[in-house]
Design a protein around this ligand. Structure first.
Ligand code: ATP
Length: 312
């Protein structure tokens, strides 16, 4: 079966998928293709419809309409046999605190026709030394690695990770990024949601941005950022900028915004704009604190499409 999947260009293809809750169009006719052995990320603000989408693709929630093609089969909802080849990271784990780590994995293994030996999963998520430890004694990062281990116990070809690193410290987050990269290296397909832009940029081959139940942009992180053209962004702290200084700022850049006390200037001519900015700072006696120059990221793409930030 796996080799048949490997020959296909995609693991999953979604057409016109829809889910309404009463008057709320949670997911409003979305279509996308998830390439084989890729990391495909769904990004969007709270309430965009990400979880509802993930749940329909995982087989936890039934769509109102639409079609899902997965592992070469066209379905209106995920079947039990498709579920055998799918892994789902459960939000917040919810494991019994007085079970041992290896007992949790053994229990999950019993749900599937095929399962990877528990020792191999422990090694994959770097929990071998914690095999006999009680769940309640694990750190946040270790609990999350256990939850990922449980999602991988059936050696799934398609893995759903809904916000896998939320609330983790930077080192624990990097550990999870390594697990995601290792999955991809083993020809597995990963569908991810995250609130962290740098995570989406670091891990994803493809990103689809959702807003109000619809897909508003889709592509590789690089191609999405390139939608903003040759633009460069200049940022600095925007506290105490006078009305006149703010007005003058607009004269030498393409656009300027002052958002959460950070001023961002857009320019297609970096050198000219920097020179004008230094002159402006002298004229208005304004200290340029935390001055940075950067290329647009996915947050900027979202902002330019919707006028809103991904995270409020
Ligand atoms: P978040 O990032 O906050 O998790 P999300 O992008 O995952 O948000 P969903 O949870 O899919 O978004 O919600 C999409 C819309 O559907 C929201 O308006 C939400 O209030 C609504 N919704 C979600 N689940 C239900 C439900 N069981 N009953 C009624 N409305 C729901």
């Amino acid at each position: 079966m796996a080799s048949a999947t490997a020959k296909m260009a995609f693991t999953m293809k979604v057409s016109q998928l829809t889910k309404h809750y009463g008057q709320t169009k949670a997911v409003d006719g979305i279509s996308f293709t998830v390439p084989h052995a890729s990391v495909f990320t769904i990004l969007g603000p709270n309430g965009a419809g990400k979880t509802t989408t993930m749940e329909m693709l995982e087989g936890i929630r039934e769509p109102d309409s639409g079609e899902i093609e997965v592992f070469g089969e066209r379905l209106t909802k995920i079947t039990r046999s498709a579920k055998q080849r799918i892994g789902v990271l459960l939000q917040e784990g919810g494991f019994e605190p007085y079970l041992k780590v290896h007992e949790v994995l053994t229990m999950f293994a019993s749900f599937f026709h095929r399962a990877i030996p528990v020792g191999d999963i422990l090694a994959a998520v770097e929990l071998t030394e914690k095999s006999g430890a009680l769940v309640r004694t694990l750190s946040g990062g270790q609990k999350q690695r256990l939850a990922i281990g449980a999602a991988l116990i059936n050696d799934p070809d398609l893995v759903f990770l809904d916000e896998p690193t939320t609330g983790l410290d930077p080192q624990a987050r990097l550990n999870i990024w390594d697990i995601v990269s290792a999955l991809q290296a083993r020809d597995k397909t990963v569908i991810l949601t995250t609130h962290y832009m740098e995570e989406a940029e670091a891990l994803s081959d493809e990103v689809c941005i959702m807003d109000y139940g619809s897909i508003i942009a889709q592509g590789s992180p690089k191609s999405l950022a390139e939608q903003l053209g040759e633009e460069t962004l200049i940022e600095f702290r925007g506290l105490d900028v006078s009305a006149r200084a703010w007005e003058n700022l607009q004269l030498f850049c393409k656009a300027a915004r002052n958002d959460q006390m950070v001023i961002t200037l857009e320019t297609d001519h970096l050198t000219d704009t920097m020179e004008a900015l230094f002159a402006w700072s002298r004229t208005h006696d304004f200290k340029l604190r935390d001055l940075t120059v950067r290329q647009p990221n996915l947050e900027d793409v979202f902002l330019s499409l919707t006028g809103r930030r991904l995270r409020g």
